[in-house]
Design a protein around this ligand. Structure first.
Ligand code: BGC
Length: 741
C-alpha cells in the first residue's frame, strides 16, 4: 500500500476562469465607488462589545445589540468586520438576531457592503449553544488520522454557518515546540510533518473547494509566524528564531495551508529576533506575499497594532504603529475596542504616509473575501437549511475522534482494560468537570463555564457510572487543581474498591491567563497520587490537560496511565470506553512528554542535546502510545541502497498484529541525515500511516520518499538536500541508504 497523503482542496481557480473574472470585476467596481473613509472603514474590525448594550459600563445581560452603537460602527465608521462574543456563548436564535441587525444597518450605509463576522470556532462552533464540540487540535493530532480532522472541520464549518457566521479564526498552525506554552493544546504538536498532514485536512474541511458554499467557512491560519516558540514558555514573550529554523520548522504549515487555498491569515502577537511580527515587512510581505504568493486577507491579532506602541515600544505613537503595521502588510486591524485605527489611518492616508495603492490592495483583499463568501447575495441562510446542527450524527463524529485520540502510556501487567463488574473508586477533580475535557475557547474564552453550558454532557465520573452502574462507583474529589480536599475519604473508599481511577490534569485556560511558572502538576495532585498508590489497589491515572504537565513525581507508582488531552464534550464517554475495553486505544503522543523541568527538549533535537540519560530521556517519547493488542515489525526493505536526487525510494515494512484483539497502529517512518552542513537533528518524522489489523493479520506498508522530502534549510536559508548517508527507522527496524549527487 502506498502512503496516503490527504490531498488539498482544489486550489483557487486560475485567473481567467469565469468565476474569478466575475469576482475581480465586482471587486474593482466596488473599489472604484468607495470613498477613502469607506475603504479605511473596511480595514477596521471591532469586537461585539463596541456595539452592545451596556449598563454601568458592563455588557448588559441578556446580551443585546445597541442600534445607536451599531449605526456608529457601520454607517459612521463603515467598519468592515465585527468579531467575537461578549462574555458568553449565544443561542443560534441570538446569532441570527445579531446578523439580521447587522444586515439591516448595512443596508442604510451608502456603500452597502456586508459586514464580515468572525469568531474562534476552534473545536466546533464553540460560541454557540448546543453546538458539537470536538477534541481540541492537540488531541486531533494525537489521532494521527487526518480523515477525522477533515470530518471535524467540515462539521465545524457547517455548524458555524448554521449560526450565520462565515469566518473562523482557525486553524492554529503554530508548531508547539515549547511544552510550557499555554497554547500548546491549540496546535498540532511539535512535529512539522504531522502538522502539515493535519493542516491539509483541516483547511479542506473548513473551506472545501468553494467558501461560497453555505456549509463552508473561510479559515484563518494563525498565528503567522513563529508564535509557538517563546523562549520563556510564556505567551506573547520574545522568540529568537534564526531564519533557517523559522523556515524549516515554522513556515511549512502556513505554506501548506496557502497551497490548499486558505483565504485568511492572522498575525503573531509576539516578536521574533526583536522585531514584532506586526511590524515585519520581511515576514508579512516578503515571505508571505512574494514567496508564498498568498493572496488573501491578513488580519492583525487582538489589539496588536496598538501594542506596537504600548507593549513592544517600536512605534513612538499609536499613529506610527498604524503606519508601521499597514505598511508591513496588515490588511485589517482587530482594533478591537475603539475607532483609533480608523482615525489614524485616515489621517495617514490623507497626508500620503500610507499610499493609496496600499489601502486599495488591502481593501481589494477584504472585498474579494466577502464576494467569495457570497455575502453580497446572502449574509446568512435560513436556520432551516442546517438540519444536522448539533445532530446525533455530529455527536458521533466527535465521539469517534475522542476515542481515537486517547493515548495509553503505561499498562503494567495489562491492568487495563478493566472488567465491567469491577468496583471502582473515581477520584481527582478532573473526573467531574466538563472544563477539563474541553479546555479554553469552549462556550467562553477561558472555557470556565463548560459545566453550565455542557450540563447535558457526561463527565468522566458520570460516564463511568452510566457504563458500570452507580453502585459500583465510589467518588471522592480528593484534590482540586492545587489543593487537597477529601483525601482521607478517598483513601477510605479505596479500601473497598478493586481499582482506583485517578483523574488529574489541568483546569481550562487560554492565552496569557494560562501562563505557568512550573510545568509540574501541582504538589497536591502528586500527593494524592502517591498516597492512593500506597493503598494497595491498582491505580489508573487519567490525564486531561492542555500541555504535558510533569508527572515524574508519581508516574512510577501508577499501574496504568492514559492521556486524553482535551477530548471535548464526548471525552467522558470515550475515556470510559477505553478504560473498560469497548475501544482499543490507538492515539500516539503528538509531543514529547518531558520528565524534568529543565529538559523540555523535542524528539528531533540535536545530538548535542543528549547530554546525559537523566535529562535526555523524556517521560514518554513523541509518537509513543500503547494498545491492548501488540504489534511487531519485520522485513524492512528499501528499494535501493543508493539513490540520486531524481529518484524516489520505496520503503516497505510488514506490520503484524501479534495479540488477540483487533487494533490500530500508527506506522511511523523516521529518517536521520547522518552528517550535514549544519548540525542535523537525531531524526525526523518523514511519513506515517495508521492501519487497522485483525488479530494475526499482517499488512505491508509502503512509503515512497523523494529526496526533496529529506531537505533542510541550510545556513544560507536555502532548502537543500546534501549527498550522504541516511538511516531509516520504523518501529525496531532500521536500514540505510546513500543519497548521491
Ligand atoms: C487570540 C487569537 C484570537 C483572537 C480573537 C486573540 O487574543 O490570540 O487566537 O483569534 O484573540 O478572538
Amino acid at each position: 500500500m502506498e502512503i496516503i497523503v490527504p490531498g488539498c482542496a482544489p486550489k483557487n481557480p486560475p485567473p481567467g476562469d469565469t468565476k474569478t473574472t466575475a469576482t475581480t470585476a465586482k471587486v474593482e467596481e466596488l473599489l472604484s465607488q468607495l470613498t477613502l473613509e469607506e475603504k479605511v472603514g473596511q480595514m477596521t474590525q471591532v469586537c461585539i462589545d463596541v456595539v452592545s448594550v451596556t449598563e454601568n459600563g458592563v455588557i448588559a445581560e441578556p446580551h443585546q445589540v445597541d442600534p445607536v452603537k451599531l449605526r456608529k460602527a457601520i454607517v459612521d465608521y463603515h467598519v468592515g468586520s465585527i468579531l467575537n462574543v461578549a462574555n458568553h456563548c449565544y443561542s443560534r436564535d441570538h446569532w441570527y438576531e445579531i446578523m439580521s441587525a447587522i444586515r439591516e444597518m448595512s443596508e442604510q450605509n451608502q456603500c452597502k457592503i456586508p459586514v464580515l463576522y468572525g469568531i474562534d470556532a476552534i473545536h466546533g462552533n464553540n460560541y454557540c449553544e448546543n453546538a458539537t464540540l470536538f477534541p481540541q487540535q492537540i488531541a486531533m493530532a494525537a489521532t494521527w488520522n487526518p480523515g477525522l480532522m477533515e470530518q471535524a472541520a467540515s462539521i465545524t464549518a457547517y455548524e458555524t454557518r448554521a449560526a450565520a457566521i462565515p469566518w473562523n479564526f482557525s486553524p492554529v498552525l503554530d508548531i508547539g515546540r515549547q511544552a510550557a506554552w499555554s497554547r500548546i493544546w491549540e496546535t498540532f504538536g511539535e512535529d512539522v510533518f504531522l502538522a502539515n498532514q493535519m493542516t491539509q485536512a483541516i483547511v479542506k474541511g473548513y473551506e472545501g473547494s468553494d467558501i461560497g458554499n453555505k456549509y463552508k467557512v473561510a479559515s484563518c491560519m494563525k498565528h503567522y509566524l513563529g508564535y509557538g516558540f517563546p523562549v520563556s514558555g510564556k505567551d506573547r514573550t520574545p522568540a529568537w528564531i534564526p531564519d533557517n529554523f523559522l523556515r524549516e520548522y515554522f513556515l511549512p504549515p502556513f505554506e501548506q495551508a496557502v497551497e490548499c487555498g486558505a483565504h485568511t491569515i492572522m498575525i503573531n502577537s509576539g516578536e521574533i529576533n526583536g522585531v514584532p511580527v506586526h511590524a515585519s515587512h520581511y515576514i508579512l510581505t516578503e515571505i508571505l506575499r512574494n514567496e508564498l504568493h498568498f493572496e488573501g486577507l491578513a488580519v492583525s491579532d487582538w489589539e496588536d497594532i496598538i501594542r506596537l506602541h504600548t507593549k513592544h515600544h517600536v512605534a513612538a505613537t499609536p499613529r506610527e504603529a498604524v503606519r508601521m503595521a499597514v505598511m508591513a502588510g496588515v490588511d485589517m486591524s482587530m482594533v478591537p475596542y475603539d475607532y483609533s485605527f480608523y482615525d489614524h489611518l485616515l489621517e495617514l492616508a490623507r497626508e500620503g504616509s500610507v499610499p493609496a495603492w496600499r489601502i486599495d490592495e488591502a481593501v481589494r483583499r477584504i472585498l474579494t473575501l466577502k464576494v467569495k463568501l457570497g455575502l453580497f447575495e446572502n449574509l446568512y441562510y435560513p436556520a432551516s437549511d442546517y438540519p444536522d446542527f448539533a445532530s446525533e450524527k455530529h455527536r458521533l463524529a466527535s465521539l469517534e475522534a475522542a476515542r481515537e485520540c486517547i493515548t495509553l502510556l503505561k499498562n503494567e501487567d495489562h491492568v487495563l482494560p478493566l472488567p465491567k463488574n469491577a468496583r471502582v473508586l473515581v477520584t481527582g477533580f478532573a473526573a467531574n468537570t466538563m472544563a477539563s475535557l474541553n479546555g479554553g475557547w469552549s462556550h467562553t474564552w477561558q472555557g470556565d463555564q463548560a459545566d453550565r453550558y455542557a450540563s447535558d454532557k457526561l463527565t468522566i465520573l458520570e460516564a463511568i457510572r452510566s457504563a458500570i452502574g452507580e453502585n459500583n462507583v465510589a467518588w471522592a474529589e480528593g484534590t482540586r487543581f492545587d489543593e487537597l480536599t477529601d483525601i482521607d475519604r478517598a483513601l477510605q473508599l479505596a479500601r473497598s474498591a478493586d481499582y482506583i481511577i485517578l483523574c488529574l490534569g489541568e483546569m481550562a485556560y487560554c492565552e496569557q491567563p494560562g501562563t505557568i511558572g512550573d510545568i509540574s502538576l501541582p504538589p497536591a495532585q502528586a500527593e494524592l497520587a502517591n498516597r492512593l498508590a500506597s493503598a494497595g489497589k491498582p491505580v489508573i491515572l487519567v490525564l486531561t490537560e492542555g500541555r504535558p504537565r510533569l508527572i515524574s513525581a508519581f508516574a512510577e507508582n501508577m499501574d496504568a496511565i492514559l492521556i486524553a488531552y482535551l477530548p471535548g464534550n464526548e471525552g467522558g464517554i470515550a475515556i470510559t470506553d477505553v478504560l473498560f475495553g469497548d475501544v482499543n486505544p490507538s492515539g500516539k503522543l503528538p509531543y514529547t512528554y518531558p520528565r524534568s523541568p529543565n529538559a523540555l527538549i523535542n524528539y528531533d533535537h540535536k545530538y548535542t542535546e543528549q547530554v546525559s540519560e537523566v535529562v535526555s530521556i523524556p517521560q514518554f517519547e513523541f509518537g509513543y502510545g500503547l494498545s491492548y493488542t501488540s504489534f511487531s515489525y519485520s522485513g524492512l526493505s528499501l528499494s535501493a541502497g543508493d539513490i540520486r536526487s531524481a529518484d524516489s525510494l520505496r520503503i516497505s515494512i510488514d506490520v503484524t498484529n501479534t495479540g488477540n484483539l483487533a487494533g490500530k497502529e500508527v506506522v511511523q517512518l523516521y529518517i536521520s541525515d547522518l552528517y550535514a552542513s549544519i548540525t542535523p537533528p537525531v531524526k525526523r518524522l518523514r511519513g506515517f500511516q495508521k492501519v487497522e489489523l485483525a488479530p494475526g493479520q499482517t499488512q505491508t506498508v509502503i512509503f515512497t520518499i523523494h529526496p526533496s522530502e529529506l531537505a533542510f534549510v541550510n545556513a544560507d536559508s536555502q532548502w537543500v538536500t546534501e549527498p550522504g548517508e541516511f538511516e531509516v527507522k520504523i518501529g525496531d527496524q532500521a536500514g540505510r541508504f546513500t543519497l548521491n549527487d
